[in-house]
Write a protein that binds this ligand. Structure first.
Ligand code: GLA
Length: 387
């Protein structure tokens, strides 16, 4: 049974258990891993995420009384009950804010969302930097829009991307640049998705990993440094300040010469990351399109060094697993997502998977760090109706 089907069955069982209800439909949306292009999405840059086969599934029954009830198979996620009128900023907190906030933002975008009972189940690891939150938002958004009678086309998906971004920024209160929501709603199975974050234009990029005898390994450090709270907003503020000083609307338009013009060393370093990261994304896309995916390793390594030294969002656990993976034969490795914990990726030869996995675990245990989780990932489809 595939991950999505299993999560769908668990979500349906939860709906039945919580409210003795049969669903009108079941939808699922994927988590993601970003191959390259980190902390550029809110700077108008380019990134190359891919959807995972791991999903959040939502089983949903329509209601006619404007009541919204939310439940989850996660024992740490309490049920929520409210009405369509009280799902907005300041009204819902915790996990339910992602789902309720999405329903609010989809309504705000002009979709006639009905009341509903909704139960979710997910196998996207939480807090691992794999966008469990965007997968929840995308599953809820597509379910609500279809139950409202909207036709599922590209225009609708773009509207839902913007609604999910709005929910996360305005209701949850977590900053996001939109990469995660975009790939959750527009990914194409078997490919990574080049996202131009200025206008959310996307192009599928077939990686050809299996053909090259390669795999993408995700190493979940299982650590999230709480000290990092507020750091994402601080990085965004640094980027805004640098763009202002350079007179640019988007920091991704800065040139290497602009970097040197900045007077504050911190803003200079942040901008150098943004400029070089966009260059690395372009270089990766060019190599992949030329059938040379095995040569992107040094660009992944460069991204990690830039995030660690110039953007200062790495963590000791991420540096340790990246280093250990490379020493054990990975062609390249880097931290992914917002940083300060979460996951790293390593590009490996399939034949090296066991050795790299063992080396990474040993390196963490040697340093008395939490034992990391290891998964190899393939590219899955975007948000969709399952039944
Ligand atoms: C988080 C945000 C994304 C992106 C990454 C860093 O995952 O949600 O929008 O900014 O961090 O690349």
């Amino acid at each position: 049974m595939s991950g999505a089907q299993e999560q769908a069955e668990l979500a349906v069982a939860e709906l039945l258990k919580a409210w003795d209800a049969e669903p009108d439909g079941v939808w699922a949306a994927p988590g993601r891993v970003n191959l390259i292009g980190e902390h550029v999405d809110y700077n108008g840059g380019r990134c190359l995420p891919m959807a995972l086969t791991r999903v959040t599934a939502a089983a949903v029954r329509r209601r006619d009384d404007g009541v919204v009830r939310l439940a989850s198979t996660d024992p740490d996620a309490p049920s929520f009950e409210g009405t369509l009128a009280d799902l907005g900023p300041g009204q819902v907190s915790g996990w339910a804010a992602y789902a309720a906030g999405t329903l609010w933002a989809v309504q705000q975008a002009g979709v006639d969302v009905p009341g509903l009972d909704l139960a979710v189940s997910s196998d996207v690891p939480l807090g691992a930097g794999l966008s469990s939150s965007a997968s929840l938002e995308a599953a809820v958004a597509i379910a609500a829009a279809e139950l409202a009678g909207r036709t599922d086309d590209r225009d609708l998906r773009h509207l839902l991307i913007q609604a999910a971004i709005r929910a996360e920024n305005e209701v949850v209160g977590a900053g996001t640049g939109g990469m995660d929501q975009t790939v959750a709603l527009l990914a194409e199975e078997g490919s990574a998705l080049l996202v131009h974050t200025r206008d959310f234009r996307t192009e599928p990029v077939h990686l050809g990993l299996a053909e090259a005898g390669l795999e993408l390994m995700v190493i979940d450090t299982r650590v999230k440094h709480t000290l990092a709270d507020g750091q994402y907003a601080k990085r965004r503020a640094d980027c805004d300040a640098a763009a202002r000083e350079l007179g640019l609307e988007w920091l991704s338009d800065a040139t290497p010469a602009d970097v040197e013009r900045l007077t504050d060393p911190r803003l200079r370093a942040r901008t150098r990351h943004v400029v070089t990261e966009n260059q690395r994304v372009d270089a990766v896309v060019e190599l992949v399109r030329a059938g040379r995916v095995a040569e992107i390793g040094p660009l992944l390594d460069g991204s990690h060094a830039s995030l660690r030294d110039d953007y200062e969002v790495s963590a000791v656990e991420l540096d340790v697993v990246v280093e250990a993976a490379r020493e054990a034969g990975a062609l390249g490795a880097r931290m992914v997502g917002g940083g300060f914990g979460g996951s790293a990726i390593a590009l490996i030869r399939s034949s090296d998977a066991a050795a790299v996995g063992a080396a990474v675990v040993a390196a963490c245990l040697d340093r008395s760090l939490t034992e990391p989780g290891i998964l190899t990932v393939t590219s899955g489809p975007a948000a969709r109706r399952l039944s």
